[in-house]
Design a protein around this ligand. Structure first.
Ligand SMILES: Nc1ncnc2c1ncn2[C@@H]1O[C@H](COP(=O)(O)OP(=O)(O)OP(=O)(O)O)[C@@H](O)[C@H]1O
Length: 433
């Protein structure tokens, strides 16, 4: 077992300024388009189909607005075909990536592509005019993929999820948090129709007197459209109960502080069950695996991956301590420390990022544990020093290195590219009218 003294510490070499995403030797024989690695080579191809540019039918508005409602033609559904090949290769290298093929599949054609640029959330007041909880974050979440948000406790994971889900300022008015930056759906500010997105919060708010089956069935009756026959709603509820591995406790009361009911982990799964009943296109999950053992965590997360892949759903999940198997299920990783980005990019490239900055993951250690231990400064006083610099120094090196890295530039470019591309399509469709 590792002792606290074995926590990897900052060592000054190799140089943090070393460029990331260097072309691996093994790619030398790949097609020329795959070999492109420079951002200058990014071809901004306007290949969103004309059909995609048609305004979508208006529907009832979802309470979790993800941006101001816009006038004019609605944005085209994300087609997944805008991608320049050079970017697709470098950004998505790794075993979980399907080379962009999945994004052009039928299921993902109507997916939601979420992008955020220079996102700040601040608590007003204090000497310096406020305390920033999120500091200029930029990123994206793609259809058919899972973005994992990780970081030590208090690093801003829930704040980021809340901001992306449009919780500020409409729902948590009393929090008085200030938010700036741009959050776009398919490149546009958009208010989503009811049932399009769902948010499983950290707290399980459930009716304690109901059984699991009653809770899920009632929820299905209320959430699923009136046009769906009752028998189909019941079937959907039963399928979802099974998918979350709750069939064994379906007739057990949920329970609360006064009456013992299902376990904490089972409550978590009931909450997820209720939110995925409508099969939302955009799903936010705050700590979906808390309270679950490693096998249950794996089953729940792999089911969510399946859901994401099946119909090109976009999933953003904060997660504390994934096992290595669960970690491998994620596509992209957003690693936060005190509201700053330590790393954003493909899960498969994170290891290279850490080792190129002097923090190689020791053999046989779960990479996610390694990343979190490297950037957790909460217990610095208790941890024996002597392995190089402090955790604060390590965080500072990684944050600086990420900012100047090619991977960060690509993330910014990608967010800008998606926005510009959609604007071109909307402009063209307006001209055509
Ligand atoms: N309304 C608020 N007013 C002041 N500070 C806040 C507010 N909301 C969050 N914070 C602070 O913002 C920081 C980030 O909180 P957040 O809940 O996003 O962290 P987290 O990474 O989700 O933590 P955990 O993993 O423990 O859930 C914390 O320091 C928290 O105390």
């Amino acid at each position: 077992m590792d002792s606290a003294a074995n926590v990897p510490r900052w060592t000054p070499s190799p140089s943090p300024s070393r460029s990331l995403l260097k072309e691996p030797e093994t790619k030398a024989n790949d097609a020329p388009s795959k070999r492109k690695s420079s951002v200058d080579e990014l071809e901004l191809q306007s290949i969103i189909s004309e059909e995609d540019a048609k305004p979508a039918a208006a529907g009832p508005m979802f309470p979790f607005s993800t941006g101001a409602s816009t006038t004019g033609p609605d944005p085209p559904p994300y087609s997944g075909t805008y991608e320049a090949s050079s970017m697709a290769i470098d950004m998505n290298e790794g075993k979980n990536y399907d080379g962009g093929k999945g994004l052009t599949s039928k299921g993902s054609r109507n997916g939601l592509l979420l992008t955020w640029t220079d996102l700040w959330v601040t608590v007003p007041g204090g000497k310096n005019g406020g305390r920033p909880l999120l500091q200029g974050l930029t990123g994206y979440a793609e259809p058919g993929e899972i973005l994992a948000i990780m970081g030590p406790s208090g690093s801003g994971k829930t704040t980021l999820l809340d901001a992306l889900a449009g919780i500020f300022p409409s729902i948590r008015i009393c929090s008085a948090l200030q938010q700036t930056g741009e959050i776009l759906i398919n490149g546009r500010k958009e208010t989503l129709a009811f049932g399009t997105s769902a948010y499983v919060t950290q707290d399980d708010i459930l009716m304690t007197t109901l059984t699991v089956r009653e809770a899920v069935h009632f929820s299905a009756q209320l959430q699923l459209p009136d046009s769906m026959p009752t028998s189909e709603k019941k079937e959907r509820a039963e399928i979802t109960i099974r998918e979350m591995g709750l069939q064994g406790s379906a007739d057990t009361r949920i329970g609360g502080w006064n009456v013992k009911g299902i376990s904490g982990g089972q409550k978590r799964r009931v909450s997820i069950c209720i939110e995925i009943l409508t099969r939302p296109k955009l799903l936010f999950l705050d700590e979906p695996t808390s309270g679950l053992d490693s096998a249950a965590s794996y089953h729940v997360m792999s089911h969510i991956v399946k859901l994401a892949r099946q119909d090109g759903r976009t999933v953003v999940a904060s997660i504390h301590q994934p096992s290595s198997e669960v970690f491998e299920l994620f596509h992209n990783l957003c690693l936060l420390s005190s509201g700053k980005t330590v790393y954003f990019g493909p899960v498969s490239m994170a290891e290279q990022f850490f080792s190129s900055n002097g923090f190689p993951c020791p053999a046989l250690r779960n990479p996610s544990d390694h990343y979190l231990r490297t950037i957790n400064a909460d217990f610095d006083m208790d941890v024996e020093q002597g392995h190089g610099g402090s955790t604060e120094e390590a965080i500072s090196v990684l944050v600086k290195s990420y900012k100047s890295s090619e991977v960060s530039q690509r993330v910014c470019l990608r967010a800008a590219f998606i926005r510009d591309q959609v604007n071109i399509v909307v402009l063209n469709s307006c001209k055509a009218i």
